[in-house]
Ligand binder design. Structure first.
Ligand code: ADP
Length: 360
């Protein structure tokens, strides 16, 4: 497998099984789509962080409201768990219109999309999650519907088939994608507003955790939110999940208030360390450092050493390890950085400092 061209936002669900076992997965797992609901803010003001995006969206919605027309179509791009679905729900709520929810993989044929489109009411929001996974024929139907508010409905079969254009009321598509680059440019061009969601800094996650704790009826002592935030990999979904596990801890130990040390102990039980690395992340770093003297090591060797599929290591662990500067991907293989050695409590050996220029 090539060692280059990887995507740090890689968020395909192809490793759903391995992911579903991970506390630090950014994808929704188990019954989380349901439990996510209770923690979702419903108005833009309640959406924590992403200040520039919020200001842009506020202006965009205010203008649509003043003009009294449905807003242009909106594309929300970014890694999983950062709030794309939440924002789509907020937009519909702020506009006071219903929202219809579907996803790229749920639409198997263009006809599935045509029937959704033809049943939309005026002003309704159509949320399409994972829009990059729409089948090609559905994508083409969607361009036309988004631009001309029209679908061509096929009547009959074979040579006698004909298409009847059906005019649609004005509506707003909100597309969400973890892979903006995979969207064909004609589709991308149909969106009047594109927002990129970024990973959240620790201070913003702290606020988010404090808000969620209130909703869950959990009292956090000073510093507890910070301990949770720094383990949350910049991702609200992970922050909320870790908070729920800390709540379990507080319930079982009859704690009226959660101290920072409770957070440390509760999350240590799940093998999540101070930087949000879990057992597998640590195994990968350990293998590079202890078995390959810091690297470079090829992906397949590394995966064999930790007893995982190469794809799991590549898509599940590496994006975060690279983003946080624990490891580098170079054409010669994976290399542990000084930060990784230090994180494992080790000194990089004399003369082994990585000369990056030799690796590329
Ligand atoms: P995505 O659609 O990008 O995968 P979601 O919108 O489903 O992510 O968000 C996952 C969870 O994180 C939800 O419970 C949501 O309420 C919470 N969340 C995400 N972003 C924010 C935010 N900015 N403020 C408050 N909660 C958030």
């Amino acid at each position: 497998m090539a060692n280059d061209d990887f995507d740090v936002f890689s968020a395909d669900n192809s490793n759903a099984n391995e992911e579903s076992l991970r506390m630090v997965s950014a994808n929704a797992v188990g019954n989380e789509p349901v439990s996510d609901e209770e923690l979702r803010p419903h108005i833009l003001e309640g959406f924590i962080g992403q200040p520039r995006l919020k200001a842009q969206l506020q202006l965009f919605l205010d203008a649509a409201r003043k003009r009294d027309v449905p807003p242009d179509h909106i594309l929300l791009a970014g890694p999983p768990g950062l709030g794309k679905t939440t924002l789509a729900m907020i937009v519909a709520n702020e506009l006071g219109v219903p929202i219809r929810v579907t996803s790229g993989p749920a639409i198997q044929h263009a006809g599935d999309l045509a029937s959704i489109l033809s049943s939309l009411d005026a002003g309704e929001v159509l949320f399409i999650d994972e829009i990059h996974r729409l089948p090609r024929a559905a994508e083409e139907l969607l361009y036309i519907a988004m631009e001309d508010f029209r679908v061509d409905v096929m009547v009959g079969k074979g040579p006698g088939a004909s298409s009847i254009p059906l005019t649609l009321p004005r509506f707003t598509v909100i597309g969400a994608t973890t892979r903006e680059g995979m969207l064909p440019s004609p589709l991308r061009a149909r969106f009047g507003f594109t927002a990129h969601l970024d990973f959240y800094p620790t201070e913003e996650l702290e606020k988010l955790i404090e808000r969620s704790a209130k909703v869950l009826g959990l009292e956090l002592d000073e510093g507890a939110a910070h301990q949770l935030a720094r383990r949350s990999r910049g991702t609200p979904r992970i922050a909320n999940r870790l908070l729920r596990r800390v709540r379990d801890w507080a319930i079982v130990h009859d704690l009226p208030i959660v101290e920072p040390d409770d957070v440390k102990e509760a999350l240590a039980l799940y093998q999540i360390d101070t930087e949000g690395l879990d057992r597998l992340d640590i195994a990968v770093l350990n293998a590079i450092i202890r078995n390959f003297n810091g690297g470079p090591v090829g992906l397949n060797n590394l995966a064999a050493m930790v007893g995982e599929e190469a794809e799991t290591v590549e898509t599940v662990c590496e994006p975060y390890l690279v983003r946080e500067g624990f490891m580098m991907r170079t054409p010669k293989g994976r290399v542990a950085t000084a930060r990784a050695w230090e994180h494992l409590g080790l000194e990089p050996p004399e003369g082994s400092a990585v000369d990056v220029s030799k690796l590329f």
